[in-house]
Ligand binder design. Structure first.
Ligand SMILES: Cc1cc2nc3c(=O)[nH]c(=O)nc-3n(C[C@H](O)[C@H](O)[C@H](O)COP(=O)(O)OP(=O)(O)OC[C@H]3O[C@@H](n4cnc5c(N)ncnc54)[C@H](O)[C@@H]3O)c2cc1C
Ligand code: FES
Length: 267
């Protein structure tokens, strides 16, 4: 696996807009040095608003890149101090950026009949980058499954992908009423012979996806979003137990084989 060359620099905010309840999208232009074409799905950046009361940088998945404009997008949910500060930043302001971070192995979707992307809540963010690479660059079949608690939290995915998205809402106001894992459990019954599943979302959801995949003898990759401190493999703060020993999510992940994660020991 390739080692990342981590760059620290101020990035310009091209656009920062609300896209759903408590959910924002930020388009960033990191200028020279940080080559967006050298990033791959699953990778993330750490961002720190340049405000005196911000504590430390926070990790966010790259969810879309524009090679022509040298920009990339993140989609983030406002949950605490940093994300609240981020949501108040205006177009043209700068933010401190570390990246790209995380493992950068490109998945060749053509080794499979189809790739299914199962996202829960804001966990959809890195999966949009996968969908783009698979369906546009690799010209292969990626199917997106997206679960949200209520419709107000739903990111309008039509902006990101022309493909049909299978949606599950817990309030049942549109599409499938229930958990995304219930919808997935129904669909996998008629799966293609060689299927790859990639999932991101709450740990309990990913654990369930992983269990269903094992039941159907299907490969599954999970993108973990453990709370991080340094983001570069030094502090061990993001360590998790796997069947291959302790792993640092920021350095050895965030993409892991789901069957190797000891899910019950995660927070
Ligand atoms: C590799 C990686 C990729 C990520 N990608 C995204 C993304 O694309 N979009 C996005 O919105 N978020 C993403 N996250 C989560 C994001 O980093 C946190 O939401 C953010 O750090 C919160 O910062 P804060 O200062 O606003 O909140 P804090 O004040 O630090 O925390 C507020 C609340 O959120 C909880 N929290 C903090 N971090 C996490 C986490 N990693 N997982 C679950 N709960 C957490 C805290 O326990 C607390 O309850 C990612 C995390 C990782 C590790
Ligand atoms: S966050 Fe420090 S080792 Fe991963």
């Amino acid at each position: 696996m390739e080692e990342n060359k981590v760059i620290v620099l101020p990035a310009e905010i091209i656009k920062n807009e609300q896209v759903a309840k408590n959910t924002w999208q930020m388009t960033l232009y990191p200028r020279f040095d940080f080559d967006v074409t050298n990033t791959s799905p699953g990778q993330f950046v750490c961002l720190e608003p340049l405000a005196s009361d911000s504590v430390m940088a926070r990790p966010f998945s790259i969810s879309m890149i524009s090679t022509s404009k040298s920009t990339f997008k993140i989609i983030y949910r406002v949950v605490g101090k940093n994300t609240l500060l981020m949501s108040k930043l205006k177009n043209g302001q700068t933010i401190k950026l570390w990246g790209p971070l995380g493992n950068s192995e490109i998945i060749d979707s053509r080794l499979y009949d189809e790739v299914w992307l199962i996202g829960g809540g804001i966990g959809i963010a890195p999966l949009l980058f996968f969908e783009k690479v698979i369906s546009e660059y690799q010209e292969h079949i990626a199917r997106v499954f997206y679960g949200v608690k209520d419709v107000l939290e739903m990111i309008p995915l039509k902006v990101y992908t022309p493909e049909e998205v299978q949606i599950a809402t817990e309030d049942g106001l549109i599409n499938f009423h229930g958990l995304i894992t219930d919808l997935f459990a129904q669909k996998i019954i008629s799966k293609p012979a060689k299927l790859l599943v990639i999932t991101c979302g709450p740990n309990r959801m990913m654990q369930k996806v992983s269990e269903i995949c094992q039941q159907y003898n299907t490969e599954c990759l999970a993108i973990l979003e453990q709370v991080m401190a340094c983001g570069i493999g030094v502090c061990l703060g993001c360590s998790i137990k796997t069947t291959k020993g302790m792993k640092r999510v920021c350095h050895d992940g965030p993409i892991f084989k789901a069957e190797e994660v000891i899910w019950n020991e995660l927070g």
